[in-house]
Design a binder for this molecule. Sequence first.
Ligand code: NCD
Length: 325
Amino acid sequence: MNLKNIDPRAHIIESQQFDEDFLREMFDVTKYMRNNETQLKDIMKDRHVTLLFYETSTRTRFSFEIAAQRLGASTTMTESATEFSSVSKGETLEDTIRVVSGYTDFIVMRHFEDNAAEQAHAISQVPIINAGSGKSQHPTQALLDVYTIYDHFNKTENLNITVVGDLARGRTVKSLVYLMAKFPNNVFHFVAPDNSRIDQGIKDYLSEHNAEYHETDNLNDTLKVSDIVYMTRVQKERFGKNPKKLTEEEETEYTRARDMYKIDKNNVNLIRKNGILLHPLPRVVEISSEIDHDHRAQYFKQARNGLHVRMALFKMMNDYNYGTK
Ligand code: NCD
């Protein structure tokens, strides 16, 4: 299935779907949402949004639900769908989506399988929004990341982007790299423990798009050339053969990877004065709270941008699917 041909206003499945035209519109609508946050109740009046979350979430879940409600939509949510839906009785994802999409106008879904959103959109009668699928993608996180970058630099090209941490299992990094590779002259620096390196598939994609990239294990040297430093946590729930029961060896390996790269008061000043430090959150140990007040630390602003970006996405998708364009 070639998802690139699916307009992201119809379904949001992966970052490769977004083009410059979509992003420009999203930046403008997001600013509008930010400036009018509490006065937009008519935009999705009479619409219903269902949030199906098969994995834990704080920011994504709340910001999607609040975004829908800010625009006047009603919402239903299951925050632990594996436990509190008929999945616990053995129902397939396909059947769940077939049924739920007959009740609601939008489905926002987070799932532990890499291709869950792709499967869901093929069956759904209503727009599917991927709110994180396994190790593969988190496209709306990439949109709020790119909005934060644009808001700060007033551009999305000619930037040095350093991504640090779990580049193998972290889905936010993958979606962000796919997206930032669409703009000219961005240079990527990948800093990861040996057991958490970026996929060959992404490196091939960057080569195909003539995007320069470097892999290194020296974080401090890389900080000096970075406009954007994007930290991520090592994904314990996806680590080892059976993440629910790590062997002693795997537990040691996890702890070593978790503690390998950190930003704190000793190295934050290596980042350029006009640079920014981002993190999709939750953080574990990789950014020390002692630098939260540094002007480059923008992860809480980034999380707040998620609300306005998700309001913008709902408006754009609502116009496209239920028509007021
Ligand atoms: C991320 C996720 O779920 O992939 N969180 C988020 O949505 N902001 C990052 C993570 O869990 O590490």
